[in-house]
Design a protein around this ligand. Structure first.
Ligand code: IMP
Length: 179
């Protein structure tokens, strides 16, 4: 068993790179088929989605745009905790089909906040593509249009996902051992 130590935790190999690539290719084929003829802009959410977005977008066949957004914490807080403001929307997304590219949808709180903010720019529709999803942790009813892998409620790193800033560079996905 391949184990890696990051800070105080040990992680074991969970999804090897070859399986990730197959899932992303399948997803790219579905998205390309579904969005043919639409005016599409992909929005990768930094930092975690950079690797997924790069691999996916080069396999998208219709003409499209791609940009990256980042969530920055507001100075203030709301009753639900820290509210994160979406920064980096320079493109005109009015009347376009937006495809959000996420590394992982866990509780869905982040995704809900992103969609609320993007709706203010009047896109014609918003779709969601995520490499990973933890259905057991999901608290929202926003449909996830494209999901690479449904995974158990374990903490994972690699392929863009980090543990306290480390692990994003790993080509495979690892899950925590004995959390
Ligand atoms: P949410 O709970 O769906 O709002 O997820 C919030 C964020 O937590 C995600 O965008 C990730 O950055 C991070 N996150 C959730 N689960 C994991 C994990 O297993 N590994 C690394 N980051 C995670």
């Amino acid at each position: 068993m391949e184990v890696r130590k990051i800070h105080d935790k040990e992680f074991e190999l969970f999804i090897p790179n070859a399986r990730i690539n197959v899932a992303i290719s399948d997803m790219a084929a579905s998205i390309s088929r579904d969005l043919e003829g639409k005016d599409v802009i992909f929005m990768g959410i930094l930092n975690g989605a950079f690797m997924f977005a790069a691999e996916l977008i080069k396999q998208i066949t219709p003409n499209c745009q791609i940009t990256f957004l980042k969530l920055a914490s507001y100075a203030g807080t709301s009753s639900t905790g820290t509210v994160k403001r979406l920064i980096g929307i320079n493109e005109d997304i009015k009347n376009k089909t937006v495809v959000i590219l996420e590394d992982i949808v866990d509780t869905g709180i982040t995704l809900e906040s992103i969609i609320k903010q993007l709706n203010g720019y009047e896109p014609v529709e918003i779709r969601v593509a995520t490499l990973l999803h933890k259905p057991d942790a999901y608290l929202k009813d926003i449909p996830l249009d494209y999901v690479g892998f449904e995974i158990p409620n374990d903490f994972v790193v690699g392929y863009g996902l980090d543990y306290e800033g480390f692990g994003r560079n790993l080509a495979d996905i690892y899950k925590v051992v004995d959390p």
